[in-house]
Unconditional design. Structure first.
Length: 313
């Protein structure tokens, strides 16, 4: 009982326990679900959501929502094959350029929300709409195939038998957790989300920190776009769309308040894994796409009600 009570007081722990429970039940009821290769594959898929949700977590902690992450992923996945220079045999120059574009988009979001005082949800929605139109003009309806060696290596490499996407997610997780829990700037993000007026009176700059979180969100979305491109070996319009709502859901499943001021990336990590696991379980059911969407939405709502429950004091 004490474990259950403490879990409800600790949303990240509760989400971890939910993942463990679902995996154990599914392993006993579905043949092959608990195999090492299958679980590793689920975490590899969750890595993309987790990397996008790293920036989304920071934005939501400050009381905003970044609705442009899906478009930034798509921009990166389409733009990188087009701008990778032939003179660079490693492909690193193209990756740096694509990440620079993604980071610049995040910077513009932050400038609009911070300096122009446009609400973040409106600013990022406008940016997403602009980027989607731009992509249709640039790429039309055709897909672009990647030949960048570094991107292909990122999507296909298995150092020590571990997919490189999982390794990348591990690095991102360590960086974000250190940023939030070991650096003063993380406390400022939470303070601004909890009480912007009190934070201002404490000399915490809303403008500068808004600029920082959106720039980081753009960078992480670009990083996820490169990983998606490497895993799929091609980019196309709409490739990043599924990661918008899933990144928000992963953050909330991990216990971060959608209103800001409370939460941690430590909860977003199992939140991403839980989302991918739920999707995998639904695909086992031989149902039409419409019913699958209904089932997925119902399950996510139920999980949100469980993991998002705050302790009663």
């Amino acid at each position: 009982m004490n474990i259950i009570r403490s879990a409800f007081r600790n949303p990240p722990l509760l989400t971890f326990l939910l993942v463990a429970f679902v995996w154990i039940v599914a392993s006993f009821t579905l043949h092959g679900f608990g195999a090492y290769g299958h679980l590793r594959y689920l975490i590899e898929l969750a890595a993309v959501i987790g990397i996008v949700a790293a920036g989304q977590t920071l934005v939501i902690q400050m009381g905003g929502i970044d609705l442009s992450v899906g478009a930034v992923i798509t921009v990166t996945a389409i733009l990188l094959p087009l701008i990778s220079p032939a003179w660079d045999p490693t492909g690193l120059a193209g990756i740096v350029a694509a990440l620079g574009v993604a980071t610049a988009i995040g910077l513009m979001n932050g400038a609009g929300a911070g300096y122009l005082r446009v609400p973040p949800i409106i600013m990022t929605l406008a940016m997403a709409t602009f980027l989607q139109g731009l992509l249709v003009i640039i790429a039309g309806g055709s897909a672009v195939t990647v030949s960048n060696p570094a991107v292909i290596l990122l999507g296909q490499a298995r150092p020590l038998g571990i997919p490189s996407g999982i390794v990348l997610w591990l690095v991102v997780s360590v960086v974000v957790l250190l940023l939030v829990h070991r650096m003063p700037i993380g406390a400022r993000f939470l303070a601004l989300g909890a009480n912007p007026l009190a934070a201002r009176l404490s000399a915490v700059s809303v403008t500068r920190n808004t600029l920082i979180v959106h720039t980081l969100s753009g960078f992480f979305a670009g990083l996820a776009g490169i990983l998606v491109l490497g895993m799929n070996r091609q980019g196309y319009v709409g490739i990043g769309d599924p990661y918008l709502l899933t990144s928000i859901a992963a953050v909330v499943l991990g216990g971060t308040s959608i209103l800001g001021g409370r939460g941690t990336y430590a909860g977003t990590i199992p939140g991403a894994i839980l989302l991918v696991t739920t999707t995998a379980l639904i695909t086992v059911v031989n149902a039409s796409p419409g019913w699958r969407s209904i089932m997925f939405g119902t399950l996510i709502l139920a999980l949100l009600l469980i993991s998002g429950r705050e302790a009663r004091r």
